[in-house]
Structure formats: C-alpha cells, structure tokens
Design a protein around this ligand. Structure first.
Ligand SMILES: NC(=O)c1ccc[n+]([C@@H]2O[C@H](COP(=O)([O-])OP(=O)(O)OC[C@H]3O[C@@H](n4cnc5c(N)ncnc54)[C@H](OP(=O)(O)O)[C@@H]3O)[C@@H](O)[C@H]2O)c1
Length: 328
C-alpha cells in the first residue's frame, strides 16, 4: 500500500525534510499495521527533524511520537482490524517511523484501544497531556483531598504543566502556578490557578534540610533546584511527582529528613514506558472526569504540508498553541 509521509534526510552537513510517497512494505516489523488518522507536534519531533541524535540515531526517518488511528491488519490476539487505537511513547517517532506518516507498524504492546477517548482528543492531549495525567494520578493515589491545601505546579504554562493545571482545577484543587512573566501569570490565572509565584521564589537559596511546610503536593516538570526545594517545602505526607529536567538534572541540598521526618513521597514519571493497564486508566480519566472544558483551546489543525511549516515555526520559537495533524 502506498502512503504519504514526512521524511527527514541527512544531506551534506544538515537535515532536510520532504513529503514523500512510501510503501507499507518499507515499515518496520510489528504485529499491528495502523492507518494513522491524527498525530500532533511535540518538541521531540522538532528535535528529530533537526537531526538530534539523542532522539533519532539514523536517517532517513519519519517523526511523530504520538499517533491515533485504526488497525488495518493485526497479528495480535488483543487487537482486530477496525479497532481504534492510540500509540504514544516507546520508540514511536524516535527510531521507529512515526505519526507524520499515514501508516505506522508497531509492536502490540505500544498500542492501547481508544475505547473511551476520541482519537483527535487523544492527540490534542498527546504525550504532554498523557504525562500530566500520570503526574496527577501519582498525586491522587495518595488519597489527597482538595482540603489538604494548595498544589504547586512548575513549568505551569508549558505543555505538560498546563495540562496538569487544567486537570487539577477541573478536580477542584487549588493550584498555584510557577511563572516567569506577566503573560505567563495571566495565562495561569486564565487556566484557573488560584495564585502564582515567580520562578525565583520557587527556588530556595538557603540550603536548609527542611523549609516551612507550604504545599499539600507538588507537580514538577522542570527538576533541578526547583525539585530540591519542593521536597523540602511540601507538607507532612505530601507527594512530589516529577517528570522533567529543563531546569537541571541534579537534585542538590537534599537529605533524608523530608522523607523520614515528614513522610514526603517523591515519585518519578516515565510516561513512555507505562503499562497498558496504566495507559488505559489514564486515557479514560482524560476522556471523562479529568477533561477540562478548556482542554482543546488554541488548537491548530493542519495537513502534512501545514505540519512541515509548523515544525519550522517550533524550531524558530514562533509557534503558539498546540498543532494537531489530520491525515487525509
Ligand atoms: N518523564 C516523562 O515521561 C516526560 C514526558 C514528557 C515531557 N517530559 C519532560 O517534561 C519537561 C517539560 O516538558 P514540556 O513538554 O511541558 O516542555 P515545555 O512545553 O517546553 O514547557 C517547559 C516549561 O518549563 C519552564 N522552564 C523552562 N526552563 C526553566 C527553568 N530553567 N526553570 C524553571 N522553569 C523553566 C518553561 O517556562 P518558559 O516558557 O517561561 O521558559 C515552560 O513553562 C521536559 O523536561 C520534558 O523532557 C518528561
């Protein structure tokens, strides 16, 4: 079967992308052949288009770390032709041809049935929304009622953080957002945060083992000094759920005291490799009780040609809002 895809080629000293015709016979091995209906643009896709070897080792390559579509052929007893599925995480779009092509072939473990969530909605959430869901899930597993106090969210206007804020607000929690400008402060309050603190205020400079107890829990997407501060500042029994490293990968100034004197729980999220059961639970919650009326604001839906331009805009830091790719 012939199909269209964005393909990134290594040429001379650089990387170029083109829309090309491919054949499903050229796709990698896997039990599920899927006709992709929707994908979405993530920063990892832009990195893959730029030749970032930490994301994609060899070229030519088709990016697209998120994909939603319909099973065409299945060699798995868990899926049948016609099943609607969502594929996020694992190696999709990194070293396995991804959702910027009209077809993908993947191992059965990578797919979950889109029984409860609409495929387009799943791609609006994408890896960022799904990761936010995982972070919120880790906090809620500790049975934390909204009355316990405020939840602090770092990177609150970014992809993961903004979804986390919207989900928590939807669930009735008081969210305080870490922001870095007046525009970000307005955006956070528009999303329903009850307050904001500046980036500088979110980072301790004293190095004390324990700080005043301030937050019922913390959702962290940035790591580094923020994460260290959060662990020392969260209230007794609180959870700090973390997923990112944009502010640093070291966690300095931490001792055992927040853990053994305040029963603080530090939980990591690696959404690319969560179990199918966990993925099904999170997608169902995102589709139903966690769905904010605001979740699909500022969506730009594009075709393959539009995605070529959107990637350039993301690389040039000119992109606003979320880009969803609709294949024909
Ligand atoms: N573990 C997982 O499963 C998983 C999954 C997805 C993403 N991630 C990670 O999660 C992190 C966030 O991803 P994203 O998609 O939300 O990224 P994003 O959309 O680029 O958002 C990043 C956010 O962090 C803020 N930020 C940037 N540098 C900062 C610094 N030095 N100190 C404090 N805040 C800073 C940004 O604010 P400004 O816009 O003002 O700079 C923005 O709000 C990344 O590290 C990503 O790799 C992990």
């Amino acid at each position: 079967m012939k199909f269209r895809a964005i393909r990134v080629f290594e040429e001379g000293d650089g990387y170029v992308k083109r829309i090309v015709e491919r054949s499903t016979e050229d796709l990698p091995e896997g039990k599920l052949l899927i006709r992709v209906e929707y994908s979405s643009l993530n920063y990892k896709d832009a990195l893959s288009c730029m030749g970032n070897r930490g994301v994609t080792r060899s070229y030519p390559h088709t990016p697209g770390i998120d994909a939603g579509g319909v099973v065409v052929t299945s060699e798995s007893d868990k899926f049948r032709a016609g099943d609607k599925v969502v594929v996020t995480g694992y190696d999709l779009g990194m070293n396995t041809d991804g959702g910027f092509g009209e077809y993908i072939r993947v191992p059965e473990e990578w797919a979950v049935k889109a029984d409860t969530i609409d495929i387009r909605d799943a791609m609006i959430y994408g890896t960022a929304g799904y990761t936010a869901g995982q972070l919120v899930y880790e906090v809620l597993m500790e049975d934390l009622p909204p009355e316990a106090g405020e939840i602090l969210v770092s990177g609150a206007t970014g992809g993961v953080g903004s979804h986390a804020v919207k989900i928590l607000v939807r669930l009735g929690y008081d969210v305080v957002a870490v922001v870095n400008s007046e525009a970000e402060r307005k955006m956070a309050l528009n999303m329903g945060a009850v307050g904001t603190i500046n980036r500088e205020e979110s980072v301790d400079t004293t190095g004390k083992a324990l700080l005043s107890q301030r937050w019922a829990s913390v959702i962290d997407t940035v790591g580094g000094p923020f994460l260290s501060t959060a662990v020392r500042q969260v209230k007794f029994g609180g959870v700090v759920a973390t997923c990112g490293n944009v502010a640093g990968s070291r966690i300095d100034d931490l001792t055992v005291y927040p853990f053994i004197l305040r029963a603080v729980k530090l939980k990591g999220v690696a959404s690319a490799y969560s179990s199918r059961r966990r993925r099904s639970i999170i997608w169902e919650k995102l589709a139903k009780e966690w769905r904010s009326p605001e979740f699909d604001k500022n969506i730009c839906e594009v075709n393959l040609e539009g995605m070529m331009r959107a990637v350039d805009d993301m690389i040039g830091d000119k992109l606003l809002g979320r880009v969803v790719l609709k294949h024909k």
